[in-house]
Design a protein around this ligand. Structure first.
Ligand code: 4NP
Length: 164
Protein backbone atom coordinates (compact mmCIF):
# COMPACT_ATOMS: atom_id res chain seq x y z
CA UNK A 1 0.00 0.00 0.00
CA UNK A 2 1.56 3.30 -1.04
CA UNK A 3 0.81 6.52 0.86
CA UNK A 4 0.33 9.64 -1.27
CA UNK A 5 1.10 13.18 -0.08
CA UNK A 6 -1.22 14.93 2.31
CA UNK A 7 -4.77 15.77 1.30
CA UNK A 8 -6.20 19.07 2.52
CA UNK A 9 -9.77 20.28 2.55
CA UNK A 10 -11.22 23.73 3.16
CA UNK A 11 -14.96 24.00 3.85
CA UNK A 12 -16.50 27.32 2.85
CA UNK A 13 -19.82 28.92 3.79
CA UNK A 14 -20.88 32.55 4.06
CA UNK A 15 -20.06 33.56 7.63
CA UNK A 16 -17.76 30.70 8.76
CA UNK A 17 -19.69 30.45 12.02
CA UNK A 18 -22.49 27.90 11.32
CA UNK A 19 -22.05 25.35 8.51
CA UNK A 20 -18.36 25.26 7.60
CA UNK A 21 -16.97 25.08 11.18
CA UNK A 22 -19.46 22.27 11.79
CA UNK A 23 -18.18 20.41 8.71
CA UNK A 24 -14.58 21.04 9.84
CA UNK A 25 -15.23 19.59 13.31
CA UNK A 26 -17.29 16.64 12.08
CA UNK A 27 -14.77 15.64 9.39
CA UNK A 28 -11.91 15.94 11.90
CA UNK A 29 -13.90 13.62 14.17
CA UNK A 30 -14.45 11.02 11.42
CA UNK A 31 -10.81 11.25 10.32
CA UNK A 32 -9.67 10.63 13.87
CA UNK A 33 -11.90 7.56 14.10
CA UNK A 34 -10.45 6.32 10.79
CA UNK A 35 -6.85 6.98 11.93
CA UNK A 36 -6.36 9.58 9.17
CA UNK A 37 -5.88 12.76 11.22
CA UNK A 38 -2.20 13.04 10.31
CA UNK A 39 -2.85 12.56 6.60
CA UNK A 40 -5.67 15.00 5.93
CA UNK A 41 -5.61 18.69 6.90
CA UNK A 42 -9.01 20.29 7.57
CA UNK A 43 -9.94 23.97 7.86
CA UNK A 44 -12.89 26.27 7.17
CA UNK A 45 -13.48 29.83 6.02
CA UNK A 46 -16.23 32.20 4.91
CA UNK A 47 -16.72 34.14 1.71
CA UNK A 48 -17.99 37.04 3.86
CA UNK A 49 -16.06 39.01 6.47
CA UNK A 50 -18.80 39.99 8.97
CA UNK A 51 -17.86 37.41 11.59
CA UNK A 52 -14.07 37.29 11.23
CA UNK A 53 -12.45 36.46 14.57
CA UNK A 54 -15.65 35.04 16.10
CA UNK A 55 -16.08 31.56 17.59
CA UNK A 56 -18.60 29.22 15.91
CA UNK A 57 -22.30 29.98 16.49
CA UNK A 58 -23.45 28.53 19.87
CA UNK A 59 -26.14 26.53 18.04
CA UNK A 60 -23.50 24.79 15.91
CA UNK A 61 -21.39 24.19 19.02
CA UNK A 62 -24.43 22.67 20.77
CA UNK A 63 -25.53 20.32 17.97
CA UNK A 64 -21.93 19.16 17.53
CA UNK A 65 -21.47 18.60 21.27
CA UNK A 66 -24.63 16.45 21.33
CA UNK A 67 -22.75 14.10 19.00
CA UNK A 68 -19.42 14.24 20.84
CA UNK A 69 -17.82 16.68 18.39
CA UNK A 70 -15.89 19.71 19.61
CA UNK A 71 -15.71 22.77 17.36
CA UNK A 72 -12.46 24.72 17.39
CA UNK A 73 -11.09 27.83 15.75
CA UNK A 74 -12.29 31.30 14.84
CA UNK A 75 -13.94 32.63 11.70
CA UNK A 76 -11.74 33.85 8.89
CA UNK A 77 -12.35 34.92 5.32
CA UNK A 78 -11.24 32.95 2.26
CA UNK A 79 -7.87 34.21 0.95
CA UNK A 80 -6.23 33.79 -2.47
CA UNK A 81 -3.55 31.43 -1.07
CA UNK A 82 -6.27 28.98 -0.02
CA UNK A 83 -6.70 27.89 -3.64
CA UNK A 84 -3.04 26.85 -3.70
CA UNK A 85 -2.73 25.45 -0.17
CA UNK A 86 -5.78 23.16 -0.25
CA UNK A 87 -6.41 20.25 -2.57
CA UNK A 88 -10.20 20.46 -2.04
CA UNK A 89 -12.20 23.67 -1.53
CA UNK A 90 -15.78 22.60 -0.82
CA UNK A 91 -18.65 25.09 -0.85
CA UNK A 92 -21.60 24.46 1.44
CA UNK A 93 -24.04 25.90 -1.13
CA UNK A 94 -24.23 27.00 -4.75
CA UNK A 95 -24.11 30.71 -3.93
CA UNK A 96 -20.78 30.31 -2.14
CA UNK A 97 -19.55 28.03 -4.94
CA UNK A 98 -20.19 30.82 -7.46
CA UNK A 99 -18.27 33.26 -5.26
CA UNK A 100 -15.36 30.83 -4.97
CA UNK A 101 -15.32 30.27 -8.73
CA UNK A 102 -15.16 34.04 -9.26
CA UNK A 103 -12.26 34.29 -6.79
CA UNK A 104 -10.27 31.48 -8.39
CA UNK A 105 -11.09 32.29 -12.02
CA UNK A 106 -7.87 32.37 -14.09
CA UNK A 107 -5.72 32.05 -10.93
CA UNK A 108 -4.08 28.84 -12.15
CA UNK A 109 -5.16 27.02 -8.99
CA UNK A 110 -5.35 23.23 -9.25
CA UNK A 111 -7.64 22.91 -6.22
CA UNK A 112 -10.80 20.90 -6.70
CA UNK A 113 -13.42 23.59 -6.08
CA UNK A 114 -16.82 21.97 -5.88
CA UNK A 115 -20.03 21.56 -3.92
CA UNK A 116 -19.87 19.80 -0.54
CA UNK A 117 -23.07 17.96 -1.48
CA UNK A 118 -21.26 16.23 -4.37
CA UNK A 119 -20.05 13.85 -1.65
CA UNK A 120 -23.47 13.42 0.02
CA UNK A 121 -24.42 9.73 -0.38
CA UNK A 122 -28.09 10.56 0.23
CA UNK A 123 -28.65 14.05 -1.24
CA UNK A 124 -32.45 13.85 -1.85
CA UNK A 125 -31.89 16.31 -4.69
CA UNK A 126 -30.67 19.04 -2.29
CA UNK A 127 -27.47 20.60 -3.63
CA UNK A 128 -27.23 23.14 -0.79
CA UNK A 129 -26.63 22.75 2.93
CA UNK A 130 -29.37 25.18 4.01
CA UNK A 131 -28.23 28.32 5.82
CA UNK A 132 -29.57 27.90 9.38
CA UNK A 133 -28.41 31.31 10.71
CA UNK A 134 -31.69 33.25 10.55
CA UNK A 135 -34.09 30.38 11.21
CA UNK A 136 -35.20 28.82 14.46
CA UNK A 137 -32.50 26.80 16.24
CA UNK A 138 -34.02 23.54 15.02
CA UNK A 139 -32.60 24.21 11.54
CA UNK A 140 -29.28 23.03 12.89
CA UNK A 141 -30.47 19.43 13.31
CA UNK A 142 -31.02 18.65 9.58
CA UNK A 143 -27.84 20.60 8.82
CA UNK A 144 -25.93 18.35 11.23
CA UNK A 145 -27.42 15.21 9.63
CA UNK A 146 -26.42 16.29 6.12
CA UNK A 147 -22.96 17.37 7.28
CA UNK A 148 -22.39 14.19 9.27
CA UNK A 149 -23.29 11.67 6.55
CA UNK A 150 -21.36 13.68 3.94
CA UNK A 151 -18.24 13.95 6.13
CA UNK A 152 -18.44 10.23 6.83
CA UNK A 153 -18.46 9.63 3.07
CA UNK A 154 -15.64 12.15 2.60
CA UNK A 155 -13.45 10.32 5.13
CA UNK A 156 -13.97 7.10 3.11
CA UNK A 157 -13.25 8.98 -0.13
CA UNK A 158 -9.97 10.27 1.28
CA UNK A 159 -9.06 6.81 2.59
CA UNK A 160 -9.42 5.33 -0.89
CA UNK A 161 -7.49 8.27 -2.38
CA UNK A 162 -4.67 7.71 0.11
CA UNK A 163 -4.45 3.98 -0.43
CA UNK A 164 -5.11 3.64 -4.18
P1 4NP B 1 -22.84 30.28 7.79
O1 4NP B 1 -24.16 31.01 8.35
O2 4NP B 1 -22.59 30.85 6.42
O3 4NP B 1 -23.24 28.84 7.76
O4 4NP B 1 -21.74 30.59 8.79
C1 4NP B 1 -24.32 32.40 8.34
C2 4NP B 1 -23.76 33.16 9.32
C3 4NP B 1 -23.95 34.54 9.31
C4 4NP B 1 -24.70 35.13 8.31
C5 4NP B 1 -25.26 34.35 7.31
C6 4NP B 1 -25.06 32.99 7.32
N1 4NP B 1 -24.92 36.54 8.33
O5 4NP B 1 -25.62 37.03 7.44
O6 4NP B 1 -24.37 37.25 9.18
Amino acid sequence: MSIKPEISVLFVCLGNICRSPLAEGVLAHHLEEAGLSELVRVDSAGTGSWHVGQAPDPRSIAVAAEHGVELKGYARQVRPEDFFEFTYVLAMDRSNLRNLQDLTYSSGSKASVQLFSNFDPDPHGHPDVPDPYYGEGDGFVPVFEMVDRTCHALAHHFLSELTS
